[in-house]
Write a protein that binds this ligand. Structure first.
Ligand SMILES: [Zn+2]
Ligand SMILES: [Zn+2]
Length: 238
């Protein structure tokens, strides 16, 4: 058995290996008759002459080799990253509703994605993350207070949760007056737990009222009526 093989097309001599010749199970030596570059050229010429068939063939081959298809996709995505970005941006701009819907679906199917994304972003943008956090808290004072109460509730082992919206609703309901002395609280109010958290009260919306700072401090963790009487009772009698 000779160590080399002559290409049937270009007549050049090559080592008789799979490196230079494609395999062919039906042939005697297990290799096709022409060299790799001649075969590639033949394939390219055929594809140029039969574009539709070429696409079909390629598709069938990729479907039969899913791992190779994924690898080809990955290679394509890396080589065309900029192009993909542009296309996605244009699509988002053209179909904002669809995009939002997909994003929503993706988020509900991947609950950890946002958490991890945020964590990674913060880890790589320390200064900006710190600044954003500071700005956020400065611009959302009520949210800060809600958070503080949540932390306090956790410490006390209290159940329930209320939101900024619950606080605003309660303010409206009480017409911006202290629950215990009827003083106007437009400028300064506190959220008071009807039953104090350390006396078994919940942090839920059903247990919060709006009170002025004075009443809140005065009542502290005492039970209303049983241990502490609201000032409006006395005010009514004068
Ligand atoms: Zn050749
Ligand atoms: Zn008051």
């Amino acid at each position: 058995m000779s160590e080399t093989k002559i290409c049937s097309k270009c007549k050049k001599e090559f080592p008789k290996t799979r490196e230079f010749f494609y395999g062919d199970k039906r042939s005697k030596d297990g290799l096709i008759s022409c060299c790799k570059s001649c075969q590639l050229k033949t394939n390219a010429n055929w594809a140029a002459a039969n574009p539709e068939k070429a696409v079909e063939t390629k598709k069938r081959w990729l479907e039969a080799n899913p791992d190779k298809m994924q690898a080809a996709r990955d290679r394509w995505a890396i080589a065309n990253a900029e192009h993909i970005k542009e296309v996605k941006k244009a699509r988002r701009a053209a179909h904002p509703e669809l995009f939002r819907q997909r994003q929503h679906e993706f988020r509900s199917n991947n609950p950890n994605y946002n958490k991890n994304y945020g964590r990674n972003w913060r880890a790589t943008h320390l200064d900006r993350a710190r600044k954003n956090k500071k700005n956020y808290w400065t611009n959302h004072p009520e949210r800060v207070r809600v958070s503080n109460r949540e932390r306090y509730a956790r410490k006390k082992g209290a159940e329930g949760k209320h939101t900024e919206a619950d606080v605003l609703q309660q303010l409206e309901l009480q017409n911006y007056q202290c629950c215990w002395c009827c003083r106007d609280v437009h400028n300064r109010y506190t959220v008071d737990h009807l039953i104090a958290l350390d006396r078994g009260g919940s942090n839920g919306p059903e247990n919060i009222v709006i009170a002025c700072q004075t009443c809140n401090s005065s009542k502290n963790n005492r039970h209303v009526f049983l241990e502490w009487l609201p000032p409006y009772l006395f005010m009514a009698s004068i």
